[in-house]
Design a binder for this molecule. Structure first.
Ligand code: IMP
Length: 198
C-alpha cells in the first residue's frame, strides 16, 4: 500500500518510512508533484494537520487518484504565555523562520517568570476516502533560563523534559526520540496501521 506523507522534508520522510510496517510505501510531496508550500492557515496545531492532509488528498483526487494521506503538525505551548507560541511556533519571531530568534523571543517573553511549564505537542491526521483518524502525542516539561546544548532543532535548547535536568538539545536524539511528542504520536499511528487496513 502507498501512503502519502504531507511533507517535503526528506529527513522526516526517511525517518517515518523506517518506522512503518513492511508493505507500506511512503511517498513525499515532491513524489506526487507538490512543490509549493501548503498554506497553514489554521488557528490550532490540530487544524493545521487537517488542512495539510485535506489539501494533499484533494490535490490527488482532482488528478483522479484516491490515496491515503498522513499529515503532521507540531508546536510548543507555554503555560505562562497562554499556550504561545503554539500554532505559531515555527515563525514566533517572524519570517523567515529562525530558531535562534524564536528562542531569544521566548526567553524575553518569560523573562524572570518562575512558572515555566510547557509542552510540545504533535498532531497526526490520517485520511483516506472514507475515514479520518487523529493521533496526538505530547511531552511535558519546563523552559530553561538559558539555551543549552547542540543537538536537535527549534526550541530543543530551551526545553527540559519532565524527569530530566537537561534540555532536549543536551540529551540528544536517542533519548528525545523515545519520549518526544512526535515519537508518541507516531507510535499511536503505527499501532493503528499495523491493526487496520486503510
Ligand atoms: P513542525 O510542525 O514539526 O514543522 O514544527 C513546527 C515548529 O515547532 C518547528 O519549526 C519548531 O519551532 C517547533 N518544534 C516542533 N517540534 C519540535 C521539536 O521536537 N523540538 C524543537 N522544536 C520543535
Amino acid at each position: 500500500m502507498e501512503l502519502v506523507f504531507a511533507s517535503s522534508n526528506q529527513n522526516k520522510i526517511k525517518e517515518v518510512q523506517a518506522m512503518l510496517p513492511p508493505g507500506i510505501r511512503l511517498m513525499g510531496l515532491t513524489d506526487i508533484g507538490i512543490t509549493q508550500e501548503i498554506p497553514e492557515t489554521g488557528t490550532t496545531i490540530a487544524e493545521n494537520a487537517e488542512i495539510k492532509a485535506r489539501y494533499v488528498y484533494d490535490y490527488l483526487k482532482n488528478k483522479g487518484k484516491e490515496m491515503a494521506v498522513l499529515a503532521d503538525d507540531s508546536g510548543l505551548e507555554v503555560k505562562a504565555l497562554n499556550g504561545a507560541p503554539g500554532v505559531y511556533s515555527a515563525r514566533y519571531a517572524g519570517t523567515p523562520k529562525n530558531d535562534i530568534a524564536n528562542n531569544t523571543k521566548l526567553l524575553e517573553a518569560l523573562n524572570t517568570e518562575t512558572k515555566r511549564e510547557a509542552r510540545f505537542v504533535t498532531v497526526l491526521y490520517l485520511m483516506n476516502n472514507n475515514s479520518s483518524h487523529i493521533f496526538e502525542g505530547e511531552v511535558l516539561g519546563t523552559i530553561a533560563y538559558e539555551a543549552k546544548g547542540n543537538f536537535g532543532f527549534g526550541y530543543d535548547p530551551l526545553f527540559i523534559p519532565r524527569g530530566y535536568r537537561s534540555t532536549f538539545a543536551e540529551l540528544g536524539d536517542s533519548i528525545k526520540n523515545t519520549i518526544s511528542h512526535r515519537a508518541t504520536a507516531f507510535k499511536k499511528c503505527l499501532m493503528f496501521l499495523e491493526k487496520n487496513t486503510l
